[in-house]
Design a protein around this ligand. Sequence first.
Ligand SMILES: CC[C@H](C(=O)O)C(=O)SCCNC(=O)CCNC(=O)[C@H](O)C(C)(C)COP(=O)(O)OP(=O)(O)OC[C@H]1O[C@@H](n2cnc3c(N)ncnc32)[C@H](O)[C@@H]1OP(=O)(O)O
Length: 251
Amino acid sequence: MESYLISKDANGILFYTINRPEKRNAVNDEIMDGLEVAISMAKAEEIKALVITGAGDRAFCSGGDLSVFHLLKTKEDAYPMLSKMAKIISELLLLPKPTVALMNGVAIGGGCEIATACDFRLGRKEMKAGFVQGNLAITTGWGGGSILCEKFPASTALKMLTDGTMLSADELLNIGFLDHIFEGDPYTNCTAFLGKLIEKEVGVLSAYVAILRRKWSDASILERIEQEAINCATLWGKEIHHQKVEEFLRK
Ligand SMILES: CC[C@H](C(=O)O)C(=O)SCCNC(=O)CCNC(=O)[C@H](O)C(C)(C)COP(=O)(O)OP(=O)(O)OC[C@H]1O[C@@H](n2cnc3c(N)ncnc32)[C@H](O)[C@@H]1OP(=O)(O)O
C-alpha cells in the first residue's frame, strides 16, 4: 500500500493524503518526501489550492513516527530529521497557493504542526488535536510553534503549546484554530468550503497569499523555525525525553 497519495480534482485542487491509517498516519521519511513532492507539484500553473489530509476517519496525523524516531538518541541524531521536516513545513507555509489542512481525525504533535502551517483548518466533528510534545519533554521541532505564535494571539499559542492537552473540535473552533467543523465526507465538505475560492483566477489567489507570505518572511519566520528545530534537538537528546517515549511505546 502506498504510504501517501497525491491526486488532483477537476477544480484544480491538489490533494496530499497521508496513507498510513494503521499507524494513525504517523510521519516517517517517506511521508516527508511525499509532502515535498506535493508542494512542488502545487506550484504548477493550473493548481488553485493544496489540501493535506489523512486516510481513514481516525487520524489526520499522529505526528512523528515514534517507532522510527525514538531510535534517534542524541541532539546530533535528531537535528537532521527535525531540520528536514522544518524546511518542508516552511515551504508549505510559504507556498504561493492557498493551503488547507483537512483534519479527518485526531492530530497530535507534529500533526498539529503540519496543520498550523496551512492557511485553513477544517476539522471533522469528532476530531481532537494537541501539541503534546511538552508531555514528551520536548518542544515542537518542525516549525509549528513558531508558526502558531506568528498566526495566533500570543496567549492562545502559548496556552496550546504549554498545556500540551488534546482539544475538541468545538474548543479548537472557539480559539480560532479551526476555521470550520464538518460532518460526513471530508472531500465534499472541503470543496464546499473552497467553493468561492476555486472560482477565482490562480493569479488572484497567488497575489492574495503573497501578502501573508511576505509578512511572515519579513518577520524572519524561517530563522525562527530553524532555531526551534535546534532547541527541540537539544531537548531531544536529554534522558527524560527518551523515558517519556518509552512509556508511550510500552503502553
Ligand atoms: C517533531 C514531531 C514530534 C516528534 O516526533 O517527537 C511529535 O510528533 S511528538 C508526538 C508524537 N505522537 C504521539 O505521541 C501520538 C502517539 N499516538 C497516540 O497517542 C494514539 O495512537 C492516537 C491518539 C494517535 C490514536 O489512538 P488510537 O487508540 O486510535 O490508536 P492506537 O493508539 O491503538 O494506535 C494504533 C496504531 O498506531 C500506532 N501509532 C499511533 N501513533 C503513532 C506514532 N506517532 N508513531 C508510531 N506509531 C503510532 C500505534 O503504535 C498502533 O500501532 P500497533 O502496531 O497497532 O500497536
